[in-house]
Design a protein around this ligand. Structure first.
Ligand code: URA
Length: 306
């Protein structure tokens, strides 16, 4: 979840609200330093931040605060118009959000840039330069790939999470650690597979990428698959399965059945939808089906020969 740093109590919460735990609603952030009754103390700031974090806010939207109330047509009487009156808070520097690009232009630019990449290194460089996906502005960095480019098996997930965003490699958080154990169960490790995501920037708060974000990133992951040229593709979760294989049904029905990924050059790659490791962490009972799918993957990999 995103939040602009200069914000008061969440507007949808009544000031008399009390959390079920009995915690009082945190004090307001001061919007006007001359208003002593609403001056922010360190303790109140800490309490407010804790409240935001518990509510799912984990990212400041912008470096500089926006007073959305003052920006609205009807001025709010208690708000100070001068930005200088805001408490001084420093935020980690982020690239300024790119000017909004029309979706059609972004999609065309993505197709051109992805198509121009002759190698995986080129593709990474093209993604670093690409400004057509708004997620880039809120992500810490590009999360391009991990493992061995050109490996016979490629795994594709949905989008990076917080750990991946911080470290810059896909599947390094809890779900990634489970993926490592799943690989080990069929005698594989990251040196023998290639791993990427449909969307290479973390969506704020780990939300699902929007259809537009996914569509804009699609030419890049398709090019990444083409350039790594795996013999087998594994789609982790419903999002990757639907995006790459055009499957309409949910992952519970789609998993465990070999499909065909259609590459742009007309070639096909056998593709296996599997439960996402994050889902398996939440639903341990589904690990039995995941194990059956892993055995199918192992069998197919052994069938490839040398
Ligand atoms: N979930 C994903 O889909 N990809 C990651 O890289 C991490 C978690």
């Amino acid at each position: 979840m995103l939040i602009s740093p200069r914000i008061v109590d969440p507007p949808f919460v009544d000031r008399n609200w009390r959390a079920r735990s009995g915690d009082p609603l945190p004090a307001r952030l001061a919007m006007d330093s001359s208003d002593r009754s609403t001056q922010l103390t360190a303790a109140a700031a800490a309490e407010t931040l804790r409240w935001w974090i518990e509510a799912g806010v984990d990212l400041a939207l912008d470096e500089s605060p926006h007073d959305r109330f003052a920006e609205s047509a009807a001025p709010a009487p208690r708000l100070a118009p001068a930005a200088s009156a805001a408490p001084s808070i420093s935020y980690e520097a982020r690239p300024a959000p790119a000017a909004a690009i029309a979706p059609d232009d972004a999609a065309r630019s993505a197709r051109e840039r992805a198509g121009a990449a002759a190698t995986l290194d080129d593709l990474r460089a093209e993604l670093e330069r690409f400004t057509g996906c708004g997620l880039k502005a809120t992500a810490t960095q590009l999360v391009f790939a991990d493992g061995a480019p050109g490996a016979r098996i490629m795994f594709v997930g949905e989008a990076p999470g917080g750990d991946e965003d911080r470290i810059g490699r896909p599947f390094v958080g809890r779900a990634g650690q489970l993926l490592d154990r799943m690989l080990a169960a069929i005698a594989l490790d990251r040196t023998q597979v290639y791993i990427a995501n449909v969307v290479p920037w973390r969506p704020p708060g780990n939300r699902t990428p929007t259809p537009q974000e996914t569509a804009v990133c699609l030419p890049f992951i398709r090019r990444q698959i083409a350039l790594s040229a795996p013999r087998l593709l594994v789609c982790l979760g419903g999002s990757a399965t639907q995006t790459l294989l055009g499957v309409k049904e949910g992952i519970t029905r789609a998993r465990g059945v070999w499909r065909e990924y259609q590459a742009d050059d007309g070639a096909t790659i056998p593709a296996l939808p599997m439960f996402h490791p994050a889902y398996l962490l939440r639903t341990p009972a589904a690990k039995r089906q995941a194990w059956a799918d892993l055995r199918k993957l192992k069998q197919a990999a052994e069938g490839l020969g040398a």
